[in-house]
Each structure stands twice: as structure tokens, then as C-alpha cells.
Design a protein around this ligand. Structure first.
Ligand code: UD1
Ligand code: CA
Length: 466
């Protein structure tokens, strides 16, 4: 593209039908705010800047969005108070836009427009025409209609409420997205008025000024309504969520990922997969998740911010949440069913974490196992350690957290309490039911529990008669 692109995102509207305290454009789709999808899409077009027009909930909206990660696109905000229509919204952005570029107008509540569609619209504009994104709707009620002359040239956009009966029969509608040389836009916006059925300043009136000025008006007509669908209600949000998930599932399957059912997958962040990954039904992936080659994820797992090494198997019903710290699962590890890995869980190669085991801020070296009903918090667990059922690290003394070190080849029996700070020396054994409060030497057997007592021929008390 030989011209600079500045994007204006209209996001000042109220979103009454969401019936939510949260501003509409901050509602999440695929784990990201609606308007964030729009901003990130602008970045993929290598836009020079994005100007978000805020009004309702402006503070919250401005705090809830971030500039695209690549750093090449500047993010700015302008306020529109009160909201007097889409033309008025774009007017607010004009002071911060330079006349040498093309303005691409988007809406903060239309999240699923593909970058390549906008690219095509910008090519239609080419810095030399007003380009409108349009499509044919089976039920065009509510939309602005594209009025063409007999030779097919676009003459005007007429809003539904202002349209004649004949115009209402037009199936081609304006999507809400246009690209226009900024200098022209500035001049046309200055000529807007609000003498129409809604008493609003319509952005769509720029079309008639373009025609009057003899400027080219061109339509880029698309067919997929999902690309321009807006979110006005929880129902529409849920519909677009499924559409987005379907797109993600398609792209994963195209890469070779085997999904048991593409309709039962939710990715709310970035999921990257190696070769021969299999994902069973009803799994949710959040934040940044990496699945290595040959990973298998069982049904009903929730996995956030984690790296799962090649060949690892996550059995059904696991909750893995790395949060800001992350979780790593080593190659060939087996996790679950019903396991919980919390931030800072670092599992080495072929570690086994079984049912009802919780691991937090702990490193398990290669081949370590905790197969049943256990807690490991703030622990360093050596290679090949076997950590028995029902055992826990008592890492919290009510005020501070302390570390437990379990050296290589230790065997911790069932139902032990390891009271941190504590080191269990290499190759040691801790007898079942022990409460260990002091370091133990390498190779030792440590037992701390009541001595078993056996009374032979013990007669239980008998019930008194009469
Ligand atoms: C608009 C178009 C219509 C098109 C339709 C597609 C106009 C006049 N009409 O109609 O031709 O078919 O989109 O969906 O542009 N907004 C503001 N400030 C305002 C008003 C709106 O920021 O003062 C924002 C809204 O929050 C929303 C976007 O602009 O994100 C579009 O506004 P909306 O009221 O939905 O426009 P429509 O009347 O549906
Ligand atoms: Ca709308």
C-alpha cells in the first residue's frame, strides 16, 4: 500500500441490550475484548494509528484496551460526549488524523472482520475513492441501503428509517465499514447535518457529498455476514463466539490437530500445537498454551498459560492454570485424571501426577511420581521420587511460606506431613503417617508416629443385661 492508513474505531455507544454494567466493547469474545479484536486487526493491516472514539464508560474502555503487541501501530483515544451519531463520532477523531492518509472506519462491536477483507477494501479505495464494504442480506431491515443508479454506480446510503418502500426492498446494505481519503472525509464531515428520521449526524451521508463532488464511490461486496456482524445482545455475542471458535477449530485441523468434535472446543487465547496433537471434547484453553508433538488432551480439561511437552498425556478433568508464572509439563509426563497444576508447577520428563493431586510452585525432576491424593507446594522434588497418597507439604506456618526439598530417589509413604522448611536427604524413606519437622539425612528411614500397640485376646466391653 502506498498510502498511510489510520483507523477510527467507533466505540462510544451504550449497548443497552447487553443489560450489563460493563461497556459493550469490553465484553469478551475468544477471551479478548470485542474492541481489542478490532485494534489487533488494525495492527495486522500495518495501520499507522488507531483512534478509538469512546463515550459511554470511556474511562473503563480506555483502561481495558491495549496497543497491539507489535508496537508499529499507535493507539489513541478521543471522547464523544454526547453521542450524536456515527458522523459525529468520526468528527471527534478528525483533529488527530493527518490529511495525507486514508481513514478506515470500523466499529468496536464488530469483532470478526478478517484483515484480508479490510485489505481488499483499502485496495478498492486506493487513496482515490470512497470505498464501502457492502453485502446482501436476506433480511436487510435496520441497515443502511446501498442505492445505485441504473448503471450500477453507488449514489447514496439511505438509513432504514429514512428509506422509502422501494428503497427498503434493496437487499444490499452498508456494513458500517468504509475507507476514505482523510482530506475528503474532513471536508464532508464538516457538511453533515442531522435533518433525518433519527435526528443524528450520519456518517453515511458522506456518500451523497462524494457523488455531488464527483468523487468515485466504490463498493467492495462480500458474502459472509459474520465478518460484519455486530454484537448488541448476549445472544449475538454467543453466536459470534461460536463462529470464532469454529474458525479457530478449522485452522487447528488444517494444521493437523485432531479434534474429537470441533464444536466442543473453546480457545480463549493463543493455542499452538505441534504435530499429531489430539484434543478430546469440551476442553478450554486460555492465555498462551503450547502443546508439543503427540500431546493428548483428555475430555473436559481447562488449561491456561502452560507448555505441555511432546508426548505428554493430560487425562480427563484436569485443571492446569499457569496464570502469570506459567506451568510446564515435561515430555512424556502423565497428568490426571482430576489433577490440578497451579502457577509455578514445573514437571520434568515422564513425571506422573495422578488423581486429586495439587501442585503449586514446585519443581518435579524427571521420573518423579505423585499418583494419588497429595499436595506439593513450594517444593523441589528430585528425580524418581515417589510421593505417597495423602501426603502433603505443610508449606505455610500461618505467616510465611517455606520450601520443602525432597532429594532424588526419596520414597515418601502415605499420609505424611512434611513441615517446611525441610530437606529429606537423597534416597531416604519416610514411613507412612509420619509428621516430619526436621531435616533427614541421606539414606535414612524416618518415622514419626505413635508406636503400634497390640493387646492379645482383647475383650470388647459387653452390654449390661437387665
Ligand atoms: C450503522 C449505519 C448503517 C449500517 C449499520 C451496520 C450510520 C448512520 N448507519 O447503523 O448504514 O447498515 O451501521 O451495522 O452510520 N456509535 C458511536 N457514537 C454514536 C453512534 C454510534 O460511537 O454517536 C458507534 C456505536 O457504538 C457502534 C457504531 O458506532 O459501535 C455503529 O452505531 P450503530 O448505532 O450500531 O449504527 P446503526 O444505526 O446500526
Ligand atoms: Ca448497529
Amino acid at each position: 500500500m502506498t498510502f498511510a492508513v489510520d483507523v477510527v474505531v467507533m466505540a462510544a455507544g451504550k449497548g443497552t441490550r447487553m443489560k450489563s454494567l460493563r461497556p459493550k466493547v469490553l465484553h469478551r469474545l475468544g477471551g479478548r475484548a470485542l474492541a481489542q479484536h478490532v485494534i489487533d486487526c488494525a495492527a495486522r493491516l500495518s495501520a499507522r494509528s488507531v483512534v478509538v472514539v469512546t463515550g459511554h464508560g470511556a474511562h473503563e474502555v480506555e483502561a481495558g484496551l491495549r496497543a497491539p503487541a507489535d508496537g508499529g501501530t499507535a493507539l489513541r483515544y478521543v471522547r464523544q460526549e454526547p453521542q450524536l451519531g456515527t458522523g459525529h463520532a468520526v468528527q471527534q477523531a478528525m483533529p488527530v488524523l493527518a490529511d495525507d492518509g486514508v481513514t478506515l472506519v470500523l466499529s468496536g462491536d464488530v469483532p470478526l472482520t478478517r484483515p484480508q477483507t479490510l485489505q481488499a477494501l483499502l485496495e478498492t479505495c486506493a487513496g482515490q475513492s470512497l470505498a464501502l464494504l457492502t453485502l446482501d442480506m436476506p433480511d436487510p431491515a435496520g441497515y443502511g441501503r446501498i442505492v445505485r443508479s441504473p448503471d450500477g454506480a453507488v449514489q447514496a446510503i439511505v438509513e432504514h428509517k429514512d428509506a422509502s418502500e422501494a428503497q427498503r426492498r434493496i437487499g444490499e446494505v452498508y456494513s458500517g465499514i468504509m475507507a476514505v481519503p482523510t482530506a475528503w472525509l474532513r471536508a464532508w464531515l464538516a457538511r453533515l447535518d442531522n435533518r433525518n428520521a433519527q435526528g443524528e449526524y450520519y456518517l453515511t451521508d458522506v456518500v451523497k457529498f462524494a457523488v455531488a463532488d464527483g468523487r468515485a464511490v466504490r463498493a467492495h461486496r462480500i458474502t459472509d455476514p459474520v465478518e460484519v456482524a455486530g454484537v448488541n445482545s448476549p445472544q449475538q455475542l454467543a453466536e459470534l463466539e461460536r463462529a470464532q471458535q469454529r474458525r479457530l477449530a478449522e485452522s487447528l485441523m488444517t494444521q493437523g490437530v485432531r479434534l474429537a468434535d470441533p464444536a466442543r472446543l473453546d480457545v480463549r487465547g493463543e493455542l499452538s500445537c505441534g504435530q499429531d496433537v489430539e484434543i478430546d471434547v469440551n476442553c478450554v484453553f486460555e492465555g498462551a498454551v503450547e502443546l508439543g508433538d503427540g500431546v493428548r488432551i483428555g475430555a473436559h480439561c481447562v488449561i491456561a498459560n502452560a507448555r505441555i511437552g511432546p508426548g505428554a498425556v493430560i487425562h480427563p478433568f484436569c485443571h492446569i492454570d499457569g496464570d502469570a508464572t506459567g506451568v510446564t509439563v515435561g515430555p512424556g509426563a502423565l497428568v490426571g485424571p482430576f489433577a490440578r497444576l497451579r502457577p509455578g508447577a514445573r514437571l520434568g520428563r515422564e513425571v506422573h501426577i495422578g488423581n486429586f493431586v495439587e501442585v503449586k510452585n514446585s519443581t518435579l525432576a524427571d521420573g518423579a511420581k505423585a499418583n494419588h491424593l497429595a499436595y506439593l507446594g513450594d517444593a523441589s522434588v528430585g528425580e524418581r521420587v515417589n510421593y505417597g497418597a495423602g501426603s502433603i507439604t505443610a508449606n505455610y506456618d500461618g505467616a510465611n511460606k517455606h520450601r520443602t526439598v525432597i532429594e532424588a530417589d526419596v520414597h515418601v509413604g502415605s499420609n505424611c506431613v512434611l513441615v517446611a522448611p525441610l530437606t529429606i536427604g537423597e534416597g531416604g524413606t519416610v514411613g507412612a503417617g509420619s509428621v516430619i519437622t526436621r531435616d533427614t539425612p541421606a539414606g535414612a528411614l524416618s518415622v514419626a508416629r505413635g508406636k503400634p500397640v497390640t493387646v492379645p485376646d482383647w475383650k470388647r466391653p459387653a452390654r449390661k443385661k437387665g
